[in-house]
Ligand binder design. Structure first.
Ligand code: PEP
Length: 257
């Protein structure tokens, strides 16, 4: 089964109006590969203008989180329905910075995922262990626990067609430390195996599983060559068009000798 690669930039709290306009202009001028899904996740304040700027390019634009309630007294928060209202199509839930800096629990992540799917947004659900958890050999427990909390009870078709998983070891995010292709493949295969048990092999083979954690042009080809790595969720290297465009063209990148 061939899954369509999905390369996405999570801009976090970076970039400004001008640099985003320049970035979008570069995307519009680019000859994007027809067989790769490309996405960007700008800060909320630039979401609507990024949607407008990239209209017609086929590039996915999404939010970095959302609030599950439709409306209410949640100062500073943005509802999934509002993300949908400005024309975005996707939302990231469960990013490790939301889990570990903002204290979101598995239940919080699930509420966001359900709200997003419920209003017609597609979801990128992030999973990943901390360094302490890896050292304590708890990687599979942690990742499979987050997977279960995020997907239990979902309809298989919805999961396969509207949920992307992103395995992002917390120790590799923004640190320059990348999981080796072997480490990434091991966890991706574990995740796909559990999806097969829970939802059947047909669904498991369709779910796109991105890797995230210090992905850059020099390591993207090796990571993408792993059979269960279907894309990348990228922070730092997605902030400049030069490096992001090199990631999108991952098939042409070579690892340094
Ligand atoms: C991320 O924010 O999801 C991420 C993987 O960041 P970086 O690529 O900078 O490690």
């Amino acid at each position: 089964m061939t899954r369509r690669p999905f390369i996405a930039g999570n801009w976090k709290m970076h970039l400004d109006r001008r640099s985003i306009a320049d970035f979008c202009a570069s995307i519009k001028d680019a000859d994007l590969p027809g067989d790769v899904t490309v996405g960007v996740f700008p800060p909320f304040v630039y979401l609507a203008e990024t949607v407008d700027a990239l209209a017609g390019t086929g590039v996915v634009v999404g939010a970095q989180t959302c609030r599950p309630e439709e409306k209410g007294a949640f100062t500073g928060e943005v509802a999934a329905v509002q993300v949908k209202d400005v024309g975005a199509t996707h939302v990231i839930v469960g990013h490790s910075e939301r889990r570990h800096v903002m204290g979101e629990t598995d239940a919080d992540v699930r509420a966001r995922l359900d709200a997003a799917l419920g209003c017609g947004l597609d979801v990128v659900l992030c999973l990943g262990e901390t360094l302490d958890e890896r050292k304590a050999e708890r990687t599979s427990d942690v990742v499979l626990g987050q997977l279960a909390a995020g997907t239990k009870g979902l309809d298989g078709e919805t999961l396969a067609s509207r949920v992307t998983l992103a395995y992002e070891p917390v120790w590799a995010i923004g640190t320059g430390l990348t999981a080796t292709p072997e480490q990434a493949q091991e966890v991706h295969a574990l995740v796909r195996g559990r999806l097969a048990e829970d939802f059947g092999d047909g669904v498991a083979q369709r779910v796109v599983v991105q890797y995230g954690g210090s992905v850059k042009p020099a390591n993207v080809a090796d990571l993408m060559s792993c059979p269960d790595v279907d894309g990348a969720l990228v922070g730092g290297a997605s902030l400049a068009w030069d490096s992001f465009s090199a990631l999108i063209a991952f098939e042409r990148q070579e690892a340094p000798q």
